[in-house]
Design a protein. Structure first.
Length: 309
């Protein structure tokens, strides 16, 4: 198990670095002529194109795993419908115009939710069966929010922050998983929530949060050595975070990430399964990997807002 985690964990980190490097390089492209017309006359690409593509590729696999969990609970979920709903939620976040006012933004999001809810009700009652229709529609809406909207918060952050800030959020969150795993194996004695996740301990949680704070502090220290970066379109990215912001942010993301892991455990335990799938040796399924960043996205968005960035 540990060998697989080390091998595939290293590969995942390398893949993330490559994707976010591409995402950051796209910020430097200057659009002219027909390319500028394609993007409504802007001279630069929308922020987060590579991240958006990554999320769009992950969602179908995660939707398939979520459908498996829901069907284990006798909910007549459909993979394609959950996938479509989740990707629609993601697209709404990514394609929302920068100039949209708050009232219209809320209306757009609400319209997407209502549309998918009604479409799901119609689809699941197409055979003139009423049994399980509400539960199936609820499963579709859960997938839209859990996979689409929660991923969408990372894209919302990417609108105003560098790709490396978003990568930092993911690394800080996942570092708590790493710290909790090794601390729990070494000195873990007191069970955290034995009825939900028997393997987690209070010692592991403490070790994970400390490791998140350390990683966040190191990233903030490195960021303060980098000058603000001005890219295409006159946008400026600032990498400076105060030590206090880094420590508090690291602790918050670590704790919330563990909360995301517990939510995934709740879903799986309710369905009577251990892992969402066996696609990733040593980790389980895609949902087992992304469960903590999913919940960390909304928290990170508001943390950055409070920090007045």
């Amino acid at each position: 198990m540990l060998r697989y985690r080390l091998i595939f964990g290293t590969l995942f980190i390398a893949l993330l670095l490559a994707i976010f490097w591409v995402d950051s390089r796209l910020d430097r492209i200057v659009l002219t002529g027909a390319w500028s017309d394609l993007f409504e006359g802007r001279s630069y690409l929308p922020a987060g194109l590579a991240l958006f593509a990554l999320c769009m590729l992950i969602i179908p696999i995660a939707a398939w795993e979520l459908t498996h969990i829901l069907r284990a609970n006798e909910i007549r979920a459909q993979t394609w419908l959950i996938c479509f709903a989740a990707e629609l939620g993601l697209i709404v976040h990514f394609a929302m115009p920068y100039t949209t006012n708050a009232a219209h933004a809320v209306a757009i999001v609400g319209t997407a939710l209502v549309t998918m809810f009604l479409a799901s009700l119609v689809y699941h009652s197409r055979e003139r069966r009423v049994e399980g229709v509400v539960a199936a529609a609820g499963g579709t809406m859960f997938g839209m929010i859990y996979l689409g909207f929660m991923f969408g918060f990372l894209l919302a952050i990417r609108r105003w922050e560098s790709a490396w800030v978003v990568l930092g959020i993911i690394l800080i969150t996942k570092s708590c998983d790493i710290g909790a795993y090794f601390t729990g194996r070494t000195i873990g004695r007191h069970k955290l929530i034995p009825w939900l996740s028997p393997g987690k301990t209070w010692e592991g949680l403490a070790g994970g949060v400390v490791f998140s704070v350390v990683v966040a502090s190191l990233l903030a220290w490195w960021g303060r050595s980098i000058e603000p970066l001005t890219i295409s379109g006159g946008r400026t990215y600032d990498f400076s975070f105060s030590p206090l912001d880094a420590a508090l942010g690291g602790a918050a993301l670590g704790l919330v990430g563990q909360g995301g892991d517990l939510i995934a455990s709740l879903l799986k335990r309710d369905a009577g399964i251990k892992d969402s799938s066996s696609l990733l040796p040593g980790f389980g399924g895609v949902l087992d990997v992304i469960d903590s960043p999913l919940l960390a996205g909304p928290v990170a968005y508001w943390l950055l807002t409070v920090m007045s960035r």
